[in-house]
Design a protein around this ligand. Structure first.
Ligand code: ZN
Ligand code: ZN
Length: 155
């Protein structure tokens, strides 16, 4: 754990810097943080990131710890939007997949729609198997551990 912290201290990653700063955030626990996107694309636009430096969705695997981390990020995002934008048109949650991501520290985009201005939705389009933006629920399906999938099927 000490090793992770020293690597983070040396890195110029802006999200690791936010994780270490004492700026008040929308949410903070031992696993994740949430804050407003500095360049919002929607009525509400929050980011939920893991405290640990995980670069992109490509670094996530079918492992119980990765699955529970992403579910936790999604739950935090849903909770915040429900609290702050209960009457918005729609809530959307997802990740950019490389090379379409901007910052190499995993972050869940949480939107309370509409997109403002409207063309901003173009930044968050899915190109299916080609990549682009992936909805959080779809990512969870992809990294769901096999044992849980089997369990779900067996009921
Ligand atoms: Zn980072
Ligand atoms: Zn992004």
């Amino acid at each position: 754990m000490a090793e992770v912290a020293s690597t983070a201290a040396a890195s110029p990653c802006i999200f690791c810097q936010i994780a270490r700063s004492s700026t008040p955030l929308l949410h903070q626990d031992d696993k994740v943080l949430a804050f407003q996107d500095i360049n919002p694309s929607a009525f509400r636009h929050y980011l939920v990131i893991p405290v640990e430096h995980i670069p992109t969705v490509k670094d996530l695997q079918r492992r119980p710890e990765d699955y529970s981390l992403v579910s936790h990020m999604l739950n935090v995002g849903k909770f915040l939007l429900q609290q702050d934008a209960p009457h918005s048109l729609q809530h959307r949650f997802g990740f950019h997949q490389p090379p379409c991501n901007s910052i190499n520290h995993l972050h869940l985009h949480c939107f309370a729609l509409p997109f403002i201005p409207r063309w901003k939705h173009l930044k968050y389009l899915s190109f299916g198997p080609l990549g682009g933006f992936i909805e959080a629920e779809k990512l969870l399906e992809k990294i769901k551990p096999y044992c849980m999938e089997l369990h779900g099927r067996l009921g």
